[in-house]
Design a protein around this ligand. Structure first.
Ligand SMILES: Nc1ncnc2c1ncn2[C@@H]1O[C@H](COP(=O)(O)OP(=O)(O)OP(=O)(O)O)[C@@H](O)[C@H]1O
Ligand SMILES: [Mg+2]
Length: 222
């Protein structure tokens, strides 16, 4: 599994100025690796994650998944890639407050009509169990700690078995114990073959990620 980024640039056009958030980035991300992207605020980290995750249009260049160009696909095709190949984890967990933990985890599975509800539920309960939340599956998000909510969000990101995990400051709202738990989980996912790309400000990630990348002014370097 690999994601190749070729001469990627992204500019934001404002009324009276353009901002070059990504400046001619080329890089190959591969499976079985845990990448940490560090860099100053405003250097373009989130923009890069959003572009790789097909959440944002690129201005120039190309993104290829296993040698297939994905950045030029139609919106429908992109939505399919997002749903099947990519798992997102964000700093704010974005759980649905009206759904129980296991129901939140089930959400991405609704895109695949071939899975029946019994299988959906048992799959999400199994993932919650693996993330140490066996006894919290019936809780609503407001009945969970921040660390537990992020683990529910991780289970949701994993439920369709994506090959790529994109995480934008996933530990930004967590205390250090929960941060370590989440980093250890991401590390295991990479060891098991997934391509994990995480943005972080925290130096502790250097103990978990095997590739540390730095962003500076829209450029990506090792
Ligand atoms: N929607 C937008 N419209 C215009 N400019 C934007 C937009 N989103 C981001 N930018 C600008 O693009 C640059 C890169 O932003 P980005 O959010 O990628 O930074 P970041 O590295 O993630 O920062 P942080 O560490 O603070 O999250 C910044 O100068 C920002 O102001
Ligand atoms: Mg950011």
């Amino acid at each position: 599994m690999k994601i190749q980024i070729k001469n990627l640039s992204k500019t934001y056009k404002m009324k009276n100025k353009t901002i070059q958030a990504l400046n001619n980035i080329s890089y190959i991300f591969e499976g079985k690796n845990f990448y940490a992207i560090m860099g100053h605020s405003g250097s373009g980290k989130s923009t890069l994650i959003h572009c790789i995750g097909l959440l944002d249009q690129i201005t120039e260049g190309e993104i290829l998944l296993n040698n297939v160009p994905i950045s030029t696909m139609s919106e429908n095709e992109k939505a399919h890639i997002r749903a099947t190949e990519i798992g997102f984890i964000f700093q704010s967990f974005y759980l649905n407050p009206k759904l129980k933990a296991y129901e939140n985890v089930m959400l991405p599975m609704y895109l695949d009509k071939s899975i029946n509800s019994t299988i959906r539920k048992s799959k999400s309960l199994l993932l919650l169990k693996e993330l140490g939340l066996e006894t919290r599956s019936e809780h609503y998000p407001k009945e969970l700690s921040g660390g537990e909510q992020q683990r529910v969000a991780i289970a949701r990101a994993l439920v369709n078995n994506p090959s790529i995990i994109l995480a934008d400051e996933p530990t930004g709202n967590l205390d250090s114990d929960n941060e370590k738990y989440v980093l250890e989980t991401l590390k295991q996912l990479a060891n098991n073959g997934k391509c994990v790309i995480m943005v972080s400000h925290s130096d502790i990630v250097k103990q978990y990620a095997n590739k540390i990348l730095y962003m500076n002014n829209g450029k990506l370097g090792e």
